[in-house]
Ligand binder design. Structure first.
Ligand code: PEP
Ligand code: MG
Length: 906
């Protein structure tokens, strides 16, 4: 049997359904499903995502040939249901052609509306509808959209506006009118003529008049748009594979631009910004869908309450609001009732917040799309917890609804209140995506990328953003636009990225050519500082410091729920009491890695450390170590206190030595003075410490084994701190960890030093404390001989940073020289230093755990490399049966959630 490439839907019947997203794309699958559950949807058909792959394999002509029979049959099906004919002069059917991948990619690919018009058909449409204005407006829109998307009519220069918009401006000026809707039917006819002439002029081709030629052009353009720059970039950001491809959905047009009984809108069953359980959205009377999302006209609110809130923000009087800006609820109450009933039905059906598009054609409501709505991290947590409370979903589903990495957004900065009190509000826009951001004004996406590469923080300021601005949006701290509502692309994309955004700040006068903003009598230039609050919509002049966010409520409830299912414990990597406290607040149940070398970065401590490294013999080192000991002991006390009762793994020194010694003359002179030797001696010593690759040099337990007095001092500091706290009634649970072990005897030597230093200290103090001695597993040889090592080591902690370095043979410090190319060429799918390589490095982790436990069944195993806070790696650690993961404090919630999801997936 011939492969099926086209799936039809309409009039309550459909060949597809909701769970066929992989084949039909999200849009196609949900349109089919809506038909099946009785939601009014214009009839149509979906060309499968598999055809997208065929398109790239076989090329345009072959794919059109493969599709022709099925598409013609499906068009005939629409014609039957709509009682009209595609391309017919008397009773024309118009079509829309839209993209739809498995995962939603809002605005990244192309759409063509009003397809099937030409100079004769438009007259037919005039006769059929008796509405010349509508017919010619649709034709004008079609030529413009088709010209842009299919025929590639773009501005030649980034400072120029769209060529069609330029023609519209030209005509409006000639006619002396300010608004599009003041153009007469003759003006619209004139526009179409000029548009077509511009197409001929720029492309050398006539605008196609045959309906099927138009249709194939549009279908292929949608397939092409799968590979446009912004779609590729979006996929990269969202981790969507290029192989998935897009489906193409072709549907009978319904018209929101047929006059004042027609409208179009976008709505959400809950608030995508803050998660509030409140139906909301925006609409425009007498308009087509792209007018709402493109942010060209600022739309009105769907509900009365939304409209009132909007008016308050915008400073619009109640009288004006209820008149000129009336909500759909007030302007079209019957339609609103039906809309509200269907949105409830759809949310109940999908059991998740829905993002929907609708059109009202001459008093009849049609749904054009529904999908699970994109939302901020904050809304994601609130909606999941609310749906759980409302009994719509169960606990496990609630946990799975939250994307671990997106929790990061909840921990986002807000403005420092004191700094904010002194700040000047320049203008107010819509609170399109929450958070606080401060940076330098930049007007063009490509400039934003360059500036960000130079390490500058930027706010991307645009009149309105188009999806082409995506790269600039991704690198900006925040986005500010003069036009567009809450459902404009700028707002939707920013929320998806968790990026702070203020949109529709209409008082901004942006001049791209001069690169300035004029606002309320003030002139700001490119490079000036600006601060924006995406939660309130306020825009401030200058730079305002930001601080970390506070988390509680739903977030806490979610974390508690996660703990109910989690088997893996989550510890933190922390080297200071401050970081340890943050991690405790985020629910870490211990420290998995305290890097003691990081304790020397500040003040006088670095000097003592340098003295120890630069000393020529054991005697000199002991002198320096005696200075270090009290610092270390105090630091350990602080950390043990913050972790009151929870275990703390302290790693013995593991510094690439030469990083700690002074390389500048001033520093060397300082050290010469401190140590009472000549600068020349210091210089020679620094020179002798330099290594070709310090990461593979004199570090880890190689240091403790060559200079055992260091291990001795650290043991005294750790256990001394614990003994002192014991007197204060504070329990410390130290775990002393030997770094970079590769050979059993390296570990045994160190263990010997630790245990004898401990016994000596206990005898001196007349008291003792329980502690364990274990090792990092971060050298492949250690993993391979883990059973031998476990005969002595009481715990393992996988240092997957070094283990990745040594398994791949990629230097941790030098990977940047080739990694981008490897990712580009897909030699590597991801950076293995961020996402654990489960096939290779992961195999070593699994094997070492098994081997270690074969000798010591209760061997505690954890991971403390960067991977300990990365969701897919955390899940892997769960499957391998590790006891804990350890990550930086801000990733603790992410790891806790990922651990719960791993347990649920079991
Ligand atoms: C590791 O190698 O994974 C590790 C945690 O140690 P460091 O990053 O300090 O080398
Ligand atoms: Mg390491």
């Amino acid at each position: 049997m011939e492969k099926k490439r086209v799936y039809t839907f309409g009039n309550g019947k459909a060949e597809g359904k909701a769970d066929m997203k992989n084949l039909l794309g999200g849009k196609g699958a949900n349109l089919a499903e809506m038909n099946l559950i009785g939601v009014p949807v214009p009839p149509g058909f979906t060309i499968t995502t598999e055809v997208c792959a065929e398109y790239y394999d076989l090329g345009q002509d072959k794919v059109v040939e493969l599709l022709t029979k099925e598409v013609e049959k499906a068009v005939a099906n629409i014609e039957g249901l709509m009682n009209s004919k595609f391309g017919d002069i008397e009773n024309p059917l118009l079509l829309s052609v839209r993209s739809g991948a498995r995962a939603s990619m809002p605005g990244m690919m192309d759409t063509i509306l009003n397809l099937g018009l030409n100079d004769e058909v438009v007259e037919g449409l005039v006769r059929k509808t008796g509405n010349a204005r509508f017919a010619w407006d649709s034709y004008r829109r079609f030529v413009q959209m088709y010209g842009d998307v299919v025929l590639g009519m773009k501005p030649t220069n980034k400072e120029d506006i769209d060529p069609f918009e330029a023609i519209i401006e030209e005509v409006k000026e000639e006619k002396g009118v300010a608004l599009d809707n003041q153009l007469t039917v003759d003006d619209l006819k004139d526009l179409v003529k000029r548009f077509k002439a511009a197409v001929k002029n720029q492309t050398g081709k006539d605008f196609p008049t045959c309906a099927y030629e138009q249709l194939w052009g549009a279908v292929c353009a949608v397939f092409n748009s799968w590979m446009n720059e912004r779609a590729i970039l979006y996929r990269k950001m969202e981790g969507i594979p290029a192989e998935w491809g897009t489906a193409v959905t072709v549907q009978a047009m319904v018209f929101g631009n047929m006059g004042d009984t027609s409208a179009t809108g976008v709505c959400f069953s809950r608030d995508a910004g803050n998660g509030e359980d409140l139906f909301n959205g925006e609409y425009l009377i007498n308009a087509q869908g792209e007018d709402v999302v493109a942010g060209i006209r600022t739309p009105m609110q769907i509900t009365k309450i939304g409209s009132q809130r909007w008016a308050e923000l915008a400073g619009v009087s109640e009288e004006k609001r209820a008149g000129e800006f009336a909500s759909l609820e007030e302007a079209m109450p019957e339609i609103y009732k039906e809309l509200d009933a269907i949105q409830t039905k759809l949310e109940n059906h999908y059991r998740d917040m829905q993002d929907m598009e609708f059109t009202v054609q001459d008093g009849k409501l049609w749904f054009l799309q529904t999908r699970n709505g994109k939302r901020t991290g904050f809304a994601m947590v609130k909606i999941a917890m609310d749906l759980l409370k409302q009994g719509m979903i169960d606990e496990k589903t609630a946990l799975n609804r939250v994307e671990p990495n997106k929790l990061d957004e909840l921990l986002h900065p807000v403005f420092d209140k004191k700094a904010l009190a002194k700040a000047n509000v320049l203008v107010k826009g819509l609170p399109a995506s929450p958070g606080a951001a401060t940076g330098q004004i930049v007007f063009f996406a490509d400039d934003a990328t360059v500036w960000a590469d130079e390490g500058r923080k930027v706010i991307l300021v645009r009149i309105e953003t188009s999806p082409e601005d995506l790269a600039g949006m991704a690198v900006a701290e925040g986005i500010l636009t003069a036009r567009g509502g809450m459902t404009s692309h700028a707002a939707v994309v920013a929320r998806g990225m968790g990026k702070c955004c203020v949109s529709g700040a209409g008082a901004l006068n942006i001049d791209y050519k001069k690169r300035t903003i004029e606002v309320n009598g003030k002139l700001l230039k490119e490079g000036d500082y600006l601060s924006i609050n995406g939660t309130t919509g306020e825009v401030y002049e200058g730079k305002i410091e930001t601080i970390a966010a506070e988390v509680s409520g739903d977030f806490d409830d979610l974390m508690k729920l996660a703990d109910k299912y989690t088997k893996l414990q989550v510890r933190t990597n922390a080297d200071t009491p401050h970081d340890a406290q943050i991690a405790r607040d985020f629910g870490a149940v211990g420290i998995g890695l305290c890097r003691t070398e990081h304790m020397f970065f500040e003040g006088e401590k670095i000097k003592a450390m340098r003295e120890m490294i630069l000393a020529e013999n054991a005697e000199g080192r002991k002198k320096a170590l005696a200075k270090i000991l009290p610092y270390q002991q105090e630091d350990f006390k602080g950390i043990f206190k913050a972790m009151n009762g929870f275990p703390v793994t302290v790693r013995l020194l593991d510094p690439p030595l030469h990083e700690f010694v002074p390389h500048d003359l001033k520093g060397q002179e300082d050290m010469a003075k401190t140590m009472g030797v000549s600068v020349e001696i210091i210089r020679q010593r620094v020179h002798s410490l330099s290594e070709q690759n310090p990461m593979l040099g004199h570090r880890g337990c190689r240091l403790g084994n060559t200079y055992p007095e260091i291990t001795e001092m650290q043991t005294r500091a750790i256990l001394g701190a614990a003994l002192e706290l014991k007197k204060e009634g504070i329990i410390a649970k130290p775990e002393i960890m030997v770094p970079l072990t590769g050979i059993l005897y390296e570990f045994k030597e160190q263990e010997g030093v630790i245990r004898s230093a401990a016994e000596k200290l206990f005898a001196e103090k007349g008291d003792r404390i329980d502690f364990s001695v274990g090792t990092m597993i971060e050298i492949p040889r250690a993993a391979l001989t883990a059973d031998r090592i476990a005969s002595s080591a009481e715990f393992f902690s996988f240092g997957t940073n070094d283990l990745t370095q040594l398994t791949f043979g990629y230097s941790r410090d030098d990977i940047a020289s080739f990694l981008p190319v490897y990712l580009e060429k897909k030699i590597l799918k991801v950076d293995p230093f961020q996402v654990l390589d489960q096939k290779g490095v992961g195999q070593l982790v699994r094997m070492a755990t098994e081997k270690g436990r074969s000798i010591r069944p209760d061997l505690k195993c954890g991971i403390c490399g960067e991977h300990g806070g990365e969701p897919s790696s955390v899940k892997f650690c769960h499957r391998v049966g590790l006891n804990y993961v350890s990550c930086s404090p801000f990733r603790v919630p992410i790891a806790r959630l990922a651990a719960a999801q791993a347990a649920i997936e079991e």
